[in-house]
Write a protein of this length. Structure first.
Length: 329
């Protein structure tokens, strides 16, 4: 069985579960099985991995709206280390949760998680209480990630209260919630966030920063050539959009288990920048395995390229190794 490394795989800390912030996660939108599995960092998680040949999960705290305080992030990171990555280091790696509403605290926590806990990067919410990270207030986090040579994964999050009305209309509350999240809003907002970061000049200031976008690139591969065509009108940064996409961005397959989005991504994204992921336990590992088997049969990728997407690209980006886990920096 082809081994897999997955990067957008979540858990919820007991400290968050028992706090008022639990309501920000939206777990009530998912089946009870998800709420059970997302709390588990060992037995059930590892069994689900074994069942589908997942060699390593890179686990991250399920992101809220970016408003979690330092103590909550720190508790989540400590639990991920204590109950997960330190106990099963060859199977579980960690992305840090960061208090992005307090960027300087986020810098310190990222440093601690990488240097002391051995985490391989960070996963952050798409906004901090409605604020995107093109504001230079947040740039010290990207500066530190570049210095540590670890990636930052920008993950979708629910819209804040000022943006939620955009998704309300002549349809049910359930339809509005879906449109604001996993049907459309999550993905379009992260794609917009990337374009904002590009327009701000972030990638000129930090030319070696590494960002990961999930869900086959959060709509950007479909739009990138049009954006590139017109962005010169606003005074393009020194490094072109095509250059930034090729040198600073990686995309994962998380939650996208059909061939169309992959075919689109392959037209604009180098194969060595595409990483397999599932979005466990919000998505099933079995669906991820079926997807990679579908890719193998499709002819979209050579056998060598399938291996790159399945695990080799993740090994190279994160400095992890199947059978070993995270390599000491």
């Amino acid at each position: 069985m082809l081994p897999l490394i997955t990067l957008e795989e979540h858990f919820v800390s007991t400290s968050l579960r028992d706090s008022p912030y639990a309501s920000t996660l939206g777990l009530e939108l998912f089946p009870p099985e998800v709420s059970r599995k997302i709390l588990n960092l060992q037995s059930e998680r590892l069994q689900d991995m074994d069942d589908e040949g997942i060699a390593i999960q890179v686990v991250s705290h399920n992101p809220g709206p970016g408003a979690l305080p330092l103590e909550m992030c720190r508790a989540a990171n400590d639990q991920l280390y204590k109950d997960g990555t330190s106990r099963t280091s060859e199977r579980l790696a960690g992305f840090a949760a960061l208090p992005m509403s307090s960027p300087l605290q986020a810098v310190d926590e990222l440093t601690r998680c990488v240097q002391e806990l051995g985490f391989v990067g960070a996963l952050i919410s798409n906004h901090a209480e409605g604020h995107f990270f093109d504001d230079e207030l947040y740039w010290p986090v990207f500066e530190k990630a570049q210095a540590l040579d670890v990636p930052i994964y920008i993950h979708p999050s629910f819209p804040d209260k000022t943006q939620a009305p955009r998704f309300q209309g002549n349809f049910s509350k359930a339809a509005a919630e879906a449109m604001s999240a996993y049907v459309w809003g999550w993905h379009s907002d992260v794609g917009l966030h990337f374009v904002r970061l590009f327009a701000s000049g972030l990638f000129d200031r930090y030319p070696r920063v590494k960002l990961i976008l999930g869900h086959m690139g959060e709509m950007v591969p479909f739009m990138i050539e049009r954006i590139e065509r017109f962005c010169a009108r606003w005074g393009q940064p020194q490094r072109s959009l095509a250059t930034v996409w090729a040198e600073n961005i990686w995309v994962t397959t998380s939650g996208m288990f059909t061939l169309g989005p992959l075919a689109c991504a392959l037209r604009t994204t180098k194969v060595d920048r595409i990483l397999f992921s599932i979005d466990y336990p919000l998505e099933k590992n079995s669906d991820g395995r079926k997807f990679i088997e579908k890719v193998q049969k499709s002819g979209l990728l050579t056998e060598e390229q399938v291996e790159m997407v399945a695990f080799r690209n993740a090994e190279n980006l994160l400095r992890i190794k199947i059978g070993v886990g995270a390599i000491k920096r």
